[in-house]
Design a protein around this ligand. Structure first.
Ligand code: SAH
Length: 228
C-alpha cells in the first residue's frame, strides 16, 4: 500500500474533494501522496426512498441517522484488518488539536463519518468503535466542513506536501506557542516600518526576538496554552 488513504462517509459525496482538490492538498492528491474516497451513506438506505434517518426515540425535533444504515455503509468500506482510526465528526467529540493531527498524519489513513440532522444513533458509536472528534465549540449543519478541516490539517503534514519542512515546525501550536509576527516588503508601509532587528542580519538576535514575541502573544491571547 502506498500513500495516506482517507475514506469519507457522507450524505453529500459531492462536497469532496471540494477545497481539497486545489492548492497544496489538491496537488498532493494528483501526485498520489494521499487518496480520498467519498462514499454515499444513502447507497445503504432502506426502501424505495433509500431512507437513512428516522425520528428520535423519546420524541423531539429533527431526525437521527440510523445505526443499521450507517453500520452497513461503514462495513462496506472497512474490514477487520483495517487499523485506521474511525472518526465521527461531532461537536461532542474530543476537540481537535495539532497533536491529534500529527498523530493521524503519522498513520496509514483515516475513516471519517460525517453526521447530519441531529446526529447518529448512539449505538453505532460503541458498536463500531467510533472516535468522536470536534473542530470547535459551535454547531455546523453537517460533518462535511469539519472533515475538510481535519483532512486539510493532516494532508499538509504528509511527507513531501509542504515545500520546506521547517515551515511546518515553526507554526503556531507546534511548540505550544502562537507564532511570532511576520513582515515582508515594502520596508515601510503607511508610516509603519519593519522592526529593525529583522533587517539586522543577526540570526541569533532574530531568533531571540521571535521567541520573545511568540511568548508575549501567547500570554496575551491564549493564557490557557501558557499554563500547559
Ligand atoms: N444535535 C447535535 C448537533 C448536530 S449538527 C448536538 O447538539 O450535539 C449535525 C452534524 O454536524 C453532526 O452530527 C456532526 O457530524 C457535524 N458537526 C456539527 N458541529 C460540529 C463540530 N463542531 N465539530 C465536528 N462536527 C460537527
Amino acid at each position: 500500500m502506498s500513500g495516506f488513504r482517507a475514506d469519507v462517509l457522507t450524505l453529500f459525496p459531492d462536497m469532496f474533494p471540494g477545497a481539497l482538490g486545489l492548492s497544496l492538498a489538491g496537488e498532493a492528491l494528483k501526485q498520489g501522496t494521499w487518496s480520498l474516497h467519498a462514499h454515499d451513506i444513502r447507497d445503504h438506505g432502506l426502501g424505495k426512498h433509500r431512507a437513512v434517518d428516522d425520528t428520535p426515540a423519546g420524541g423531539g425535533a429533527g431526525m437521527v441517522i440510523r445505526a443499521d444504515v450507517l453500520a452497513a455503509s461503514l462495513d462496506s468500506v472497512v474490514d477487520a484488518q483495517d487499523r485506521r482510526p474511525r472518526l465521527l465528526m461531532s461537536p461532542r467529540g474530543k476537540p481537535l488539536t495539532q497533536e491529534m493531527v500529527r498523530h493521524f498524519a503519522a498513520g496509514e489513513g483515516v475513516v471519517i463519518i460525517c453526521g447530519r440532522f441531529e446526529g447518529v444513533d448512539e449505538r453505532v458509536i460503541e458498536g463500531r468503535n467510533l472516535q468522536e472528534v470536534s473542530i470547535g465549540d459551535y454547531i455546523l449543519s453537517g460533518g462535511e466542513p469539519a472533515a475538510l478541516v481535519l483532512l486539510d490539517a493532516i494532508v499538509r503534514l504528509l511527507p513531501g506536501v509542504m515545500g520546506k519542512t521547517e515551515s511546518g515546525e515553526d507554526e503556531s501550536f507546534e511548540n505550544g506557542l502562537l507564532e511570532y509576527p511576520h513582515y515582508t516588503r515594502p520596508r515601510e508601509w503607511e508610516g509603519q516600518a519593519i522592526p529593525d532587528i529583522l533587517l539586522s542580519g543577526d540570526h541569533k538576535k532574530i531568533a531571540e526576538w521571535r521567541r520573545a514575541e511568540s511568548g508575549k502573544l501567547t500570554k496575551e491571547r491564549r493564557p490557557d496554552l501558557v499554563k500547559k
